[in-house]
Design a protein around this ligand. Sequence first.
Ligand code: ATP
Ligand code: MG
Length: 452
Amino acid sequence: MLQRFKRLFTRKASPAGTPLQIPASRYQMSPADVSPGAREVVEKLEAAGHRALVVGGCVRDTLLGKKVKDFDIATDATPEQVRTLFRRARIVGRRFQIVHVHMGRELVEVTTFRAPHQQTDEAGTGRAHRELARRNQRGILLRDNVFGSLEEDAERRDFTINAIYYDPTADQLLDFVGGLEDIAQQSLRIIGDPAVRFREDPVRMLRAARFRAKLGFTLHPATAEPMNQLRPLLAEVPPARLFDELVKLLMTGHGVAAYEALCEYGLLEYLLPDTAAATADPDAERFLRQALINTDQRIANHQRVTPGFLFAALLWPPIIHTAARLESGKGTGAALGQAISEVLARAVRHVAIPRRFSTPAREIWELQQRLEQPHRKSAEQLLGHPRFRAGYDFLLLREQSGELPGGAGEWWTGYQEASGADREAMLAELQPAPRSRRRRRSRRRAPATDAE
Ligand code: ATP
Ligand code: MG
C-alpha cells in the first residue's frame, strides 16, 4: 500500500503560506473512507456554520491502506459549541480539552483548532491567555487550550504525517507541513523545532517510537537529534499518562517492534527502569521478547490480551533477579514475595499500573511456584483458581523462553485435557506434598544428627 502511495505521490509546489490542496481522488481516497459517524459529525458542524475536517491517524492510515482505528475531527467550533450540537457529547480532559461524541456505537473525537505556543507566551500575554496555556519552568505544556486557525492547528500537531487534513465535503486533502511528502519518504518528522516540541510534551518521544514501530518509518535526523538530551524529561510526565502510552506501544499488535524502538531510543529506562536494567541479561531479554511475540500473535489472531498479563511479564525479569539476591537470607517463597513488593513499588512511581491490573499480575507471579511443582493435594484446587489460566499461560511462556526446563507446563496441559479417571492416575503419580514432608523430616532429623 505504501508502494501505491509512492506511485501516486507527486511533489507539487504551492505558493508560500498556502496549503497543498489536492483532490483526494488523486490518492484514491473518497468520503466512503470516513466512518458514517465521523461523516455525520462533520455534516452537522458544517450545517451549523462551522468548519470541520478529518485529521490525524485516520487520514495517515487511510493513505497508507492500513486499518483505521478511530476518527478525529478538527473544527473551529469551541468545545462548548460542539457539545451543544450533539445529543451524546461530553467534554473531556483539562490539559487538553476534547469532545467525545458518541454516534451509535462509534466514538468520534472532536478537537477545536489549537494555536501553537511561542516560548514568549507566558511573559508576553495577558492573564486570560495564561489560564488557557501554561508551561512549567522546563517548557512542558501544562495546559493547551488556546484556540486558533486551521493553519495554526496544523503547526501544533506532532508529526507532519499526522497533520494531513481531509475535507470530505470538498473531497480534498490539505497539507500545510509536508506530510504527504514525508509519507512518501517514510520519514517521521516533528513539526517545528524538535527540541521545543519535545520539551513541550515529552510524550512525543514515545509517540515517535510508536509510529516507528507501527509504520516502520525512520526518524528524521533532526527529529532524533535532541532526544538524547531530552529523554529525562519523561520523568515529569504524570505516571498515569505513561501507563496509557506504554499500553498503546506494546498492546496494539506491534509490541516487539515497539520494544525495539524504545531500546533504540533509550526510552525504556524512563518507563520501566528495573526492566531496562534486567535486559542486560540475555535470558531476561529472551523472555521479554517471547512475551511480546506472543502478545502480537494473540492480537493478530483476535485473542484477548490483558495489561495484567503483559505487566506480569514486563516485571518478571527484575523480580526474579531481586528474589535471587534476597534468597540467601530467606526461603524462596519469602524472597519472591519481597521481590514482588519491591519491584512493583518502584515500577508504579514511573508508570501508574492501576490496581485492577497489578492485582492479577501479583496473582500470576504468586501462582508460579505452585504450578512449577504440582502436588496431589493442591492440583485440583489450583485448577479452580480464578487466575489459573493466566498463571498457566505464564508458566508456558517461561518454558518457551527457556527460563524454565519444560515439564510442568506439559503436565498441566495433560491434566486439563484428561478425564476424571485419567486425572486420578496423573495425581497418583505425583509426590504427595513433598515440601511439608521435608520440613517435618528435617525438624526431626536435626537434633539426632547433633547428638551423633
Ligand atoms: P493512532 O490513532 O493510530 O494511535 P493518531 O495519530 O490518530 O494515531 P491520536 O493519539 O489519536 O494519534 O491523536 C490524534 C492526532 O492528534 C494526532 O494524529 C496528532 O495530529 C495529534 N496529537 C496527538 N497527540 C499529540 C501530541 N502529544 N502533541 C501534538 N499533537 C498530538
Ligand atoms: Mg487517532
